[in-house]
Design a protein around this ligand. Structure first.
Ligand SMILES: [Zn+2]
Length: 221
């Protein structure tokens, strides 16, 4: 007759394998919420800037001169390629570094373990390179599944963030500017055109009576 503890040690993984654990156990850690817009009456928008391959000095000047609290969703491999640019933004302005994976794969092409390696790995790299902890996760291309939400929570994120409006200019294609509203999350990218994109978005926000605010402050722990 096996001792009860031994029996449990055998039974629990077996039940988990068969999908017979309780929902609370199966969901641990809990999947984080998905956020594409903040529900608020504050006159605010949220500037988010992705990737980090290009380092436009004019864009950095705008962010610092206007004290814009941008969320920088950096790919670790891009951030390591010229970290001083981002360190200046973090040290001299209100921007914060957020999580956009180590190397920018589509999460839906990875298994749970692979997703966790990308998200937890990027958290570790942000801590070791900049000394700041990301609290939000944005999946590359906006692609995610249930496993992504669980992995994000396990790797210290409090939300999976997509966007309300993508205002990135790629080459000669410039997206039309929508009527901005309170709580909109604006997606931009670190491109050579970032200064121009930022200028357009900030002008539209000014015209709508909206001010940039820090996204992580509007998402509950
Ligand atoms: Zn990206």
């Amino acid at each position: 007759m096996p001792r009860p503890r031994v029996l449990l040690a055998v039974l629990v993984p077996l039940l988990a394998l068969l999908g017979l654990t309780t929902p609370a156990q199966a969901a641990w850690p809990a999947p984080v919420p998905v956020v594409s817009k903040i529900s608020t009456t504050d006159p605010v928008i949220f500037i988010t800037i992705d990737d980090g391959w290009a380092h436009d000095p004019a864009a950095a000047r705008i962010l610092l001169d206007r004290n814009i609290p941008a969320s920088l969703f950096l790919v670790s491999d891009a951030a390591s390629n010229g970290p001083q640019y981002f360190r200046t933004l973090l040290d001299h302005g209100p921007s914060r570094i957020e999580n956009h994976t180590v190397s920018h794969p589509s999460m839906t092409t990875l298994d749970a373990e692979g997703q966790r390696a990308q998200i937890c790995g990027a958290r570790q790299r942000a801590l070791s390179t900049f000394g700041f902890e990301p609290r939000l996760f944005r999946p590359p291309y906006g692609d995610y599944n249930e496993q992504t939400r669980v992995a994000a929570g396990a790797c210290g994120a409090k939300a999976l963030v997509t966007w309300t409006h993508d205002q990135t200019t790629w080459g000669t294609w410039q997206p039309p500017m929508p009527q901005l509203q309170s709580g909109d999350i604006i997606l931009l990218h670190f491109t050579d055109g970032l200064a121009a994109d930022l200028t357009r978005v900030l002008a539209a926000a000014d015209a709508a009576g909206l001010k940039p605010a820090r996204l992580r402050d509007y998402i509950a722990d």
